[in-house]
Ligand binder design. Structure first.
Ligand SMILES: NC(=O)c1ccc[n+]([C@@H]2O[C@H](COP(=O)([O-])OP(=O)(O)OC[C@H]3O[C@@H](n4cnc5c(N)ncnc54)[C@H](O)[C@@H]3O)[C@@H](O)[C@H]2O)c1
Length: 382
């Protein structure tokens, strides 16, 4: 039987935007998705030019998000979009995701999930009530060797986990480019559009999600310091946090956007009783394992010894580097499989979003208080 591509509508991702174009490449990579509609920008010219460049039917390039929901709802079921990709700045995630879910569409939303735990819970409730799927773009959990690390820890290779170290270092906000017209920097340093955290919400959330996802452990309390290094900036540009995990493991999370000269230095190290592993995003096709009583091992994407769940995330033979877009595409593929109903592939969603929003709130509260440790609200189910 011919398998038809699912239809995607996008909000955000207009001319000059960063992540929308990555979503479009990722969604298209495996033929699961076809972009058919969009409200790409509040600037009418940019919106139109983006739609034209993508070859969309003019009537499906909408002047606003609300117009897109209404216009698509009015189309026959076999034509209207199946899902909305929300790739706008943070303050719009919750209202747009909730409206899309309530209109009957699945949602693939950018991180951080929302501006607060309360908003994230409202998205969770809307997803549940609508019976629609909600995916969250924690991109790094889509890398094959991240899955390899997770699976090996889950089957006990390292023994009980003792240490989790995660760092995410960028340097692009080392200067006040937010005041010099850089669009991406501008909203990221504005509390009204970014949320409670600056660097914390932008990349600290990636680091936190990766640490919990791969270790399989839950952080139960944090002791944190937030810094603003660039004068006049209103949100943190540098985060340091000690982590205490349920069960006794200890961790350190370092995230910074003023680590001058750094590109996208996300790195995870986890150690158990028997050994440790290391994965770094800028060398994503290598996983290093180190042992207490035998020589270190290098595991390579496409090489021998991979778990089935890792092999399923690869597209090319060993030695043909896969990276960011492919990792993103793995999330879109799992999301499509879930919508089609036969999918048992994992993708990040409401639970990951709630954990990271609770982490943001705990870090902000701890950094502002004299308390040594602040609990990360375990939520109802976690
Ligand atoms: N998963 C990742 O690795 C990753 C990487 C980068 C950004 N992000 C997230 O993606 C989101 C967007 O970040 P970015 O760097 O692409 O920002 P950006 O500023 O480059 O793009 C935002 C886009 O949203 C559009 N927009 C704003 N309000 C709109 C509205 N009301 N209707 C329609 N369009 C609207 C803007 O015109 C722009 O095209 C943020 O939430 C960010 O945290 C995630």
């Amino acid at each position: 039987m011919v398998r038809h591509a699912l239809r995607l509508g996008m909000v955000g991702g207009g001319e000059g935007a960063f992540i929308g174009a990555v979503h479009r490449m990722a969604a298209a990579l495996d033929g699961d998705w076809r972009l058919v509609a969009g409200a790409f920008s509040t600037d009418a010219g940019r919106n139109q030019r983006t739609g034209d460049a993508l070859g969309l039917a003019p009537q499906r390039v909408y002047a606003s998000f609300d117009a897109m929901l209404a216009g698509e709802r009015a189309l026959p079921e076999g034509e209207r979009i199946d899902a909305v990709a929300v790739v706008t700045p943070n303050h719009l995630h919750a209202p747009m995701a909730i409206a899309a879910l309530e209109a009957g569409f699945h949602v693939f939303c950018e991180k951080p999930m929302a501006m607060s735990v309360a908003e994230a819970e409202a998205i969770g409730a809307a997803a549940k009530a609508s019976g629609r799927h909600f995916a969250l773009a924690f991109t790094y959990s889509g890398y094959p060797l991240v899955e390899e690390a997770r699976a090996r820890i889950a089957r006990g290779d390292l023994g009980a986990i003792r240490l989790v170290q995660v760092e995410y270092l960028q340097g692009w906000l080392s200067r006040p480019i937010d005041e010099q017209g850089n669009k991406q920097a501008e909203w990221r340093t504005d509390p009204a559009r970014a949320g409670l955290g600056g660097c914390l919400g932008d990349i600290g959330t990636h680091a936190f999600q990766l640490a919990e996802h791969v270790s399989g452990l839950r952080v139960d309390s944090v002791s944190a310091d937030l810094a603003i290094h660039v004068p006049g900036r209103r949100l943190d540009d540098d985060v340091s946090a000690l982590l205490r995990f349920a069960g006794g493991a200890r961790g350190v999370l370092k995230a910074s956007q003023v680590a001058a000269g750094e590109e996208n230095g996300l790195k995870l190290r986890i150690h158990g009783e028997q050994g440790g592993l290391e994965w770094a995003q800028m060398e994503p096709n290598t996983l290093t394992l180190r042992w207490l009583d035998r020589p270190a091992e290098i595991v390579r994407a496409g090489g021998p010894g991979l778990q089935d769940s890792t092999a399923a995330l690869l597209r090319t033979p060993s030695g043909h580097p896969e990276g960011y877009v492919e990792a993103f595409a793995n999330l879109y593929r799992a999301f499509a499989a879930a919508i089609r109903g036969g999918g048992d592939r994992w993708f990040p969603g409401v639970a990951d979003g709630l954990r990271t929003m609770r982490f943001i709130e705990a870090v902000v509260a701890n950094a502002a208080s004299d308390a040594k440790w602040t609990m990360v609200d375990p939520g109802e189910k976690e």
